[in-house]
Design a protein around this ligand. Structure first.
Ligand code: SAM
Length: 287
């Protein structure tokens, strides 16, 4: 069996099974064994923890994760990777493969089925995720996986920056605030584009999402609050006064005095407002 965490190993699997990495599925395989081990260890599973991996590819990270956890459920969209994965993961009894689009399945239900669990307790996610669907994956994990303890994710460096951005910066936006609503975020490490085959055009970062109990802010109407965030960052050059006048369909002078009364400058732009201020606006101006 060939080592999968090297360029020769990757070439062996691609050649033997006639696989051409698919751009549309973000197939850039990690070829640096040290980085793979560091990512696996940084998710810190412990031998009792179950893990979910999104996009095992040829199985390089899966092997590392299986070695340090109770078990791994790996979800892969590309069924042409079935045979190489069967070879690279041969003999790993605590690893389950599910061939499906991660965005279309109930992740916790799949975990329950794979490990024959009555109920889900805690589990962790660890993955080198496909770059083109980073945001939908993050939203899915945060919004639909209530038992997830952490998600250690490698993604394009620029997306990681948006998640970690501070108010006032150009990266600060919907992704920053949606993530902050559900989770604390930790920066783990940079990963150079040279650590992949094929080599992507961007560098990567690994970050860790740690869901908080409850939510970061209390809002009366969550749907309306999220919609306010979305609309605000679609119009990031507008003032919060104009955004609120449109969004809540109320007169500007009224909005102006309410915003001032709750300590928000009506001339602020969305990128200067913290999540607590958006929550205050939503709670006072919403129904
Ligand atoms: N884990 C491998 C590694 O680190 O070398 C491969 C990572 S590669 C960046 C992303 C993987 O996600 C690919 O194997 C790709 O086929 C898979 N993928 C892409 N879209 C997916 C989806 N919607 N659901 C599940 N897997 C997906």
């Amino acid at each position: 069996m060939n080592r999968i965490d090297s360029i020769s190993g990757i070439r062996y699997y691609l050649g033997k099974y006639g696989i051409h990495p698919r751009k549309k599925w973000g197939q850039n395989f990690l070829l640096d064994g040290n980085i793979l081990r560091k990512i696996a260890l940084s998710c810190n599973p412990g031998s009792e923890n179950l893990l979910v991996e999104i996009g095992p590819g040829l199985g390089a990270l899966t092997k590392e994760l299986a070695a340090i956890s109770r078990g791994v459920l790996a979800i892969e969209i590309d069924s042409s990777l079935r045979e190489p994965l069967a070879e690279s993961l041969h003999g790993l009894k605590n690893t389950y493969l599910k061939f499906a689009d991660v965005l279309q399945i109930d992740l916790e239900e799949e975990l329950r089925k794979a490990f024959g669990l009555q109920e889900i307790s805690g589990y962790k996610v660890c993955a080198n995720i496909p770059y083109n669907i980073t945001t939908p994956i993050i939203f899915k994990l945060l919004e639909t996986c209530p038992h997830m303890e952490s998600a250690t994710l490698m993604m394009q460096k620029e997306v990681a920056r948006r998640i970690l951005a501070s108010p006032g910066s150009k990266e600060y936006g919907l992704l920053t605030l949606t993530t902050a609503y559900y989770a604390d975020v930790k920066y783990m490490m940079p990963v150079s584009r040279n650590c992949f085959f094929p080599r992507p055009e961007v560098d990567s970062s690994v970050i860790q999402l740690l869901p908080i109990r409850g939510k970061r802010v209390q809002v009366k109407d969550e749907l309306s609050f999220k919609k306010l965030l979305r609309v605000s960052f679609q119009k990031r050059r507008k003032t919060i006064l104009n955004i609120c006048a449109d969004f809540f369909a109320r007169e500007k002078p009224e909005i102006h005095s309410i915003l001032t009364a709750i300590g928000i400058d009506p001339r602020s732009r969305p990128e200067n407002l913290a999540i607590e201020q958006f929550a205050r606006i939503s709670n006072i101006l919403g129904n």
